[in-house]
Write a new protein. Structure first.
Length: 501
């Protein structure tokens, strides 16, 4: 058995090297590559990625997995070996079940649809995008059917981004969360003028923002010996194995909080990658479990820690010292409230902590209705606007600021949106559990001490890499499934206090 395991590891190790090399090229493309390099770079990345894909989908990988599965029955579920076989089986199936011609048609449609979507959004012309979106939905139907049996045709799409999760599980959480969340937004909307955030629109210099961001994430535990930070158009985290995990940030001069909060967010992703167990090196399991679990880490640091009073009691004097002209006369409480201002708005990516979830629930519901034929593509704009009004009390004046705002559907990412909210929900569940096990955490945050927090996350989540799914991690860490109540309590307590509800 050890022999076959070694063969499998050697095979996958080569694929992992190619994927990580492609990632280095991608990082360079987003940070330092001159514009002329674009075309050749696209070819280079495509070559490495297709070699990676071929190995994962290969007969050799399939044969080794077949043989190993027969012998693996006695292995401990939690062991690296059993996890390797289990996760690589899933990754192999994903690549072999979909016929090549369908995969190619999806890729072709996605690249065409993305271009058409860009124009459609710029021209506020949903009709021009409609035929390609309808085709994408039809192709996604065929794609999902490759993964029968399932209870809901939306399930394989959800599972692709968040392994182990089903429509029924997510719906149980989102449907319960929606009514109290809609009510909280309504209550806050009636008192919007209680919080003023104009102080954040002053000019904050890029250098000071970067210096402060570096100081904060170093304190949080991001390891610069195994990482670095650069500028890019859109902030992201990228890893080439646990010992080289890089982040980028974007400085928007007018918005004092955007660079800092996005740097803390990306550092949350990066510390997760830096914390995977060295024993998983080069196995493909040496990375975050999934999109939701990743977001639970980034949002934990950005929102639960980075937008909290204890955090700013420690850091605000430092920020004032860097920006004396902008903040010298502003007290911490005013700054804290500005940083947490709520404003129902049209655009998901600009949404605050409270309203964000409703943007996601709306997309989750529409995707499910679309896949099950209850809403047609041509009805989407109307359905979108009606739900925006019902959930957030705002109606898009046009489709560009409504149904056309996100790139996801154009590139075939149906089933991806729920993960953004699942991550936030899980982050609060983790926080609740952490407080139970370590009540001193808020005092530690106020003292600028984050070592125990990172150790806890390392022990419970980071070191496992891709071994466990979100539902499994939730069971292991909190003793039960994903729960919406801690998240809603957190929002009600924090924002009820800020808005005097
Ligand atoms: Zn993120």
């Amino acid at each position: 058995m050890q022999d076959k395991l070694n063969q499998l590891k050697k095979l996958i190790g080569r694929a992992v090297d190619m994927e990580r090399a492609a990632s280095v090229l991608e990082w360079d493309q987003e940070t330092y590559m001159p514009p002329g390099g674009g075309e050749a770079r696209a070819d280079q990345i495509a070559t490495l990625r297709s070699a990676f894909h071929e190995i994962f989908a290969s007969d050799e990988a399939g044969r080794l997995l077949d043989e190993l599965e027969k012998e693996a029955a006695g292995l401990d579920y939690d062991s690296d070996e059993a996890s390797l076989i289990r996760v690589l089986r899933r990754e192999h199936e994903r690549r072999v079940r979909v016929p090549l011609e369908l995969a190619e048609e999806l890729a072709r449609t996605a690249s065409l649809a993305q271009q058409v979507w860009q124009k459609a959004r710029a021209n506020n012309d949903f009709k021009s995008f409609e035929p390609l979106l309808a085709k994408t939905v039809e192709l996604k139907h065929r794609w999902a059917e490759c993964f029968k049996p399932y209870e809901n045709i939306y399930d394989p799409l959800l599972d692709y981004y968040e392994p182990g999760i089903t429509y029924r599980q997510i719906d149980a959480v989102f449907s319960a969360l929606k009514p109290p969340l809609v009510k909280l937004v309504k209550d806050i909307t009636a008192r919007l003028d209680v919080v003023d955030d104009t102080l954040l629109s002053q000019p904050f210099g890029a250098e000071g923002q970067m210096a402060f961001g570096r100081e904060v994430i170093t304190a949080l535990g991001y390891d610069f010996e195994r990482g670095r930070i650069d500028f890019s158009a859109h902030p992201f985290t990228i890893h080439f194995g646990r010992d080289d995990v890089r982040i980028t940030t974007r400085i928007v001069e007018g918005i004092g909080s955007s660079a800092l909060m996005s740097t803390v967010h990306e550092a949350g992703h990066a510390m997760y990658e830096q914390g995977t167990s060295p024993t998983l090196y080069r196995t493909w399991l040496d990375q975050g479990a999934s999109m939701s679990v990743h977001e639970s880490q980034s949002r934990f640091y950005e929102n639960i820690i980075g937008r909290s009073r204890p955090f700013w009691r420690y850091w605000y004097p430092r920020l004032q010292a860097i920006f004396p002209n902008q903040l010298g006369q502003v007290d911490m409480e005013t700054f804290y409230r500005a940083l947490n201002r709520v404003q129902p708005s049209l655009i998901r990516v600009e949404a605050d902590e409270v309203t964000y979830g409703l943007h996601v629930i709306l997309r989750f519901e529409l995707e499910n209705d679309l896949m099950n034929g209850r809403v047609s593509v041509s009805d989407l704009p109307k359905e979108w606007n009606a739900r925006m009004e019902a959930y957030l009390g705002v109606v898009p004046p046009n489709d560009a600021q409504g149904v056309l705002q996100d790139v996801h559907w154009s590139v075939g990412y149906i089933g991806y949106f729920p993960d953004y909210l699942l991550g936030s929900i899980f982050s609060v569940q983790l926080w609740e559990q952490m407080l139970k096990e370590r009540p001193s955490v808020p005092a530690e945050i106020e003292a600028g001490q984050y070592g125990a927090i990172l150790d806890w996350l390392r022990e419970k989540i980071h070191r496992h890499g891709m071994k466990f799914t979100l539902p499994e991690l939730s069971e292991r860490i909190t003793g039960g499934p994903l729960r919406w109540e801690p998240y809603m309590n957190y929002l009600q307590t924090k924002y009820g206090e800020i808005y005097g509800l």
